[in-house]
Design a protein around this ligand. Structure first.
Ligand SMILES: NC(=O)c1ccc[n+]([C@@H]2O[C@H](COP(=O)([O-])OP(=O)(O)OC[C@H]3O[C@@H](n4cnc5c(N)ncnc54)[C@H](O)[C@@H]3O)[C@@H](O)[C@H]2O)c1
Ligand SMILES: [Zn+2]
Ligand SMILES: [Zn+2]
Length: 361
């Protein structure tokens, strides 16, 4: 029997999201239905609503979630009903050219549920990042469920499902931050602050946080920033150079997703340094840089999708570090809200009042 549950849907570009009845099919082969217990509001949900990702409306939003497996379909062996899981958007295929080369965190053919969730009238929904978890129960590919220690409560664990993992991984996996490095992070929302936490965990000696909002910079200090720069009234590039012996940082992480902040990241890194773009740009954005500077400054310009994480490797490990008190995940949860408050949460995110609003079910 399909389930009928309440979920948050974006029906059209820029339109306020609405709470709708969603029909969730029983899990088919390779699929699982999960009772969602918590789901964070990520900037990417807002990008979907604004039409910044694609035009496949209506979207079923929410993708940063934890919950308990309710039912599994035929042939599913990796999880069973009752398992406590974080949902991931990188269920690796094991067969694409990235997986076969031993680099499954780049998997080019990740799994999602084969069946569609629909509105009551049968209209197929496009689940955000192949998840759709502002929803009491959601349908995913079984590989999208990663088991973790249930001692970590859902509002916190779910954050690893997207933004916090993206930030931590941008520093640790993509940027390769290691003991003694100097790091700068531009944009200190949930993703940027997670990059700061990741840089601290990896042993960076200087961590410069840059944002245009002092509230974000206060949070950044709590996550491990050694210096903060409000780039509304200070030149970010000069400030980062000043704080790193005049040279620039070894690794600069861009967590805004705009050409002007990317340029700051590009020029605020030391020679042979690394830039990591984890912020997501929109289709009309263009970047212009002197090619000679790209060549002459050397180093690496990288993008980080999902922090180059491998959920099966990274989620249980990060939850263990959290439970040992070595990684502050609670600090990201600014407020917990109901399913009917997602639109309000977008407003708070836009005004910079929260790191994460987390829907708790
Ligand atoms: N690559 C990935 O896998 C991945 C995953 C999740 C989110 N993201 C993206 O990361 C970005 C950040 O997400 P978030 O949830 O932290 O969003 P957020 O809105 O909470 O944070 C953005 C931050 O950037 C700051 N900012 C805006 N303009 C700035 C400027 N000119 N200079 C400095 N700071 C500026 C804001 O004040 C805010 O603190 C988004 O683009 C989001 O889509 C990427
Ligand atoms: Zn693959
Ligand atoms: Zn996200």
């Amino acid at each position: 029997m399909p389930y009928e549950v309440q979920g948050v849907v974006a029906r059209g570009k820029g339109e306020a999201v609405t709470l709708e009845t969603v029909v969730v099919p029983d899990p088919g082969p390779g699929e699982a239905v999960v009772n969602v217990q918590a789901c964070g509001v990520c900037h990417t949900d807002l990008h979907y609503r604004e039409g910044g990702i694609n035009d496949d409306f209506p979207f079923l939003l929410g993708h940063e979630a934890a919950g308990v497996v309710e039912a599994v379909g035929e042939g599913v062996t990796e999880v069973e009903p009752g398992d406590y899981v974080i949902l991931n958007w990188r269920a690796v295929c094991g067969q694409c050219r990235a997986c076969l080369r031993g680099r499954p965190w780049y998997c080019f053919s990740t799994h999602n549920a084969a069946q569609k969730m629909t509105l009551a009238d049968g209209t197929a929904l496009s689940p955000a990042l192949g998840i759709g978890a502002f929803l009491e129960k959601t349908l995913v590919a079984a590989g999208q469920c990663t088991k973790v220690n249930p001692a970590a409560k859902p509002a916190v664990a779910g954050l690893l499902g997207c933004g916090v993992m993206a930030g931590l991984g941008a520093a640790i996996n993509t940027g390769g931050v290691t003991r003694g490095d100097t790091v700068a992070v531009i944009g200190c929302g949930g993703v940027g602050n997670a990059a700061i936490a990741g840089a601290r965990l990896a042993g960076a000696r200087t961590i410069v946080a840059v944002d245009v909002d002092d509230r974000k910079l206060d949070w950044a200090r709590g996550f491990g920033a050694t210096h903060t720069v409000n780039s509304r009234d200070t030149d970010a590039v000069e400030a980062i150079r000043d704080l790193t012996g005049g040279f620039g940082a070894d690794v600069v992480i861009e967590a805004v997703g705009r050409p002007e902040t990317y340029k700051q990241a590009f020029y605020a890194r030391d020679l042979a340094g690394t830039v990591v773009l984890v912020g997501v740009p929109t289709p009309e954005m263009q970047l212009e840089l002197p090619l000679l500077d790209v060549f002459g400054r050397g180093g690496a310009l990288k993008s980080s999708w999902y922090g180059d994480c491998l959920p099966s490797r990274d989620f249980p490990m990060l939850i263990d570090l959290y439970l040992q008190g070595r990684l502050d995940l609670d600090g990201f949860v600014t407020e917990t809200i109901g399913l009917d408050q997602v639109e309000e949460a977008f407003g708070k995110m836009h005004r910079g009042e929260v790191l994460r609003s987390v829907v708790v079910l």
